[in-house]
Design a protein around this ligand. Sequence first.
Ligand code: AMP
Length: 297
Amino acid sequence: MLTVFGSVALDTIRTPSRTLRNALGGAATYAAVSASFFERPGLIAVIGHDFPKKYQAILERFVNTRGVVHASGRTFRYDGSYDSTLSSRKTNKTELNVLGGFKPIVPEQYRKSEFVYLANNDPAQNTKIIGEFDRVKFSMCDTIDFWISTKRSDVIKMMGVVDSVVINDEEARLLTKTHNLIKAAKKIMGWGTRFVIIKKGEHGSLLFYDDVVFPSPAFSLENIVDPTGAGDSFAGGMVGYLASRNSTKLSAIREAAIYGNVMGSFAVERYGMAGLVNLKRSQILERFRRYKKMVKF
Ligand code: AMP
């Protein structure tokens, strides 16, 4: 079983071609929906009184929502703008709202989860919640510039209690204060995690463990409209695939990184969640096959 914990959001996303307002977003939303194509996850999150019913219906379609708490304040909100190349994003505003004082509880039904993904969220909450599962076999976490700037030592602590860290290149540099990504990954592994996956946007990802680096290119795409949630979809695909195989073997983890790239590629082709919610499993398998052909030499 797989549990995903993290933000569920109302996003304002400004791209050069379109601005989305109050779109369904959040790191846990992207990750859980992405994972659901491999195994239906349990979601733990908090939403406010302003969270639209149609978004709740989307969550219910893809995930178990027993762990979604309805609080009386406003839902977590994120506002970000992309530059004209879509490769760099600026955060305009982060409103924690109900996420601020959230005291997450793991529902009884989820406690036996062997796979746990701690999506972007308050790192102190993430660290606390991982201890509430009975028999975690593989855990993974992510973080974002906001938490690195406001709670760096909690982020480092969180990275010591999980099996793997998935993080994008800019954030890895910001967190470790190191430019070289190999040095950055080694530093993160030194904090206690066994696997580090550094995502490099359109350039794919680097998976590090022991003395090994396993690079994988992104699935090459000509048309990208909105990169929001690509990283979360990557992580959700990875952990969802591992949960569905119930495996933490190195070969499965390497294969999972490829599924991560494939899921990230679907997320960026459409605005907001549209790339994921309209997806069929057969398209994922087809793209995985094409990916295999693409990298064969
Ligand atoms: P990504 O594009 O993969 O970095 O993820 C974007 C998602 O992360 C958006 O849908 C946001 O709602 C969510 N997000 C942005 N900032 C934060 C934050 N400080 N904490 C939790 N989630 C966040």
